[in-house]
Design a protein around this ligand. Structure first.
Ligand SMILES: O=C1C[C@@](O)(C(=O)O)C[C@@H](O)[C@@H]1O
Length: 143
């Protein structure tokens, strides 16, 4: 399979995840978004899968990127929606609208935090939810 034919995944990080590494380190740790991108790409490349990355603090930009993913033939989306997890019907509709399977990722475990973080607009439609593993949740466990 050539690079052009490689299966592609899209990794999306939502609002405030550009601050990983400096943002509330006791909750989110000290690794940066760049570390996340490296980990995800390294993990995927072991399976000959490519990863496109995108981060935005803007709901509409994320929705537009999800729409673009369909045109690009992206096979799966990995998304840490940040706070949009708990607020965005629009994000849910975008993911369902493009019919691309997705995995929801959180660095922290929202269920062990404030009550307003316990509900997700995405989880019931996600293939899987990975939460509370820190940045390692974007990679693959060694086994
Ligand atoms: O921004 C975030 C980050 C988060 O998605 C996580 O990765 O743990 C959890 C959300 O509740 C929060 O708003």
């Amino acid at each position: 399979m050539s690079d052009n034919e490689r299966v592609s995944l899209l990794l999306i990080n939502g609002p405030n995840l550009n601050l990983l590494g400096t943002r509330e380190p006791s909750v989110y740790g000290s690794q940066t978004l760049n570390d996340v991108h490296i980990l995800a790409k390294q993990t995927a490349s072991k399976h000959n899968v490519g990863v496109l990355t995108f981060q935005s603090n803007h709901e509409g930009a994320i929705i537009d990127r999800i729409h673009q993913a369909r045109e690009e033939g992206v096979k799966g989306i990995l998304i840490n929606p940040g706070a949009l997890t708990h607020t965005s019907v629009g994000l849910r509709d975008a993911l369902l609208g493009v019919s691309i399977p997705f995995i929801e990722i959180h660095v922290s475990n929202p269920h062990s935090r404030e009550a307003f973080r316990h509900h997700s607009y995405l989880s019931d439609k996600a293939i899987a939810v990975i939460a509370g593993l820190g940045v390692t949740g974007y990679g693959e466990s060694e086994h």
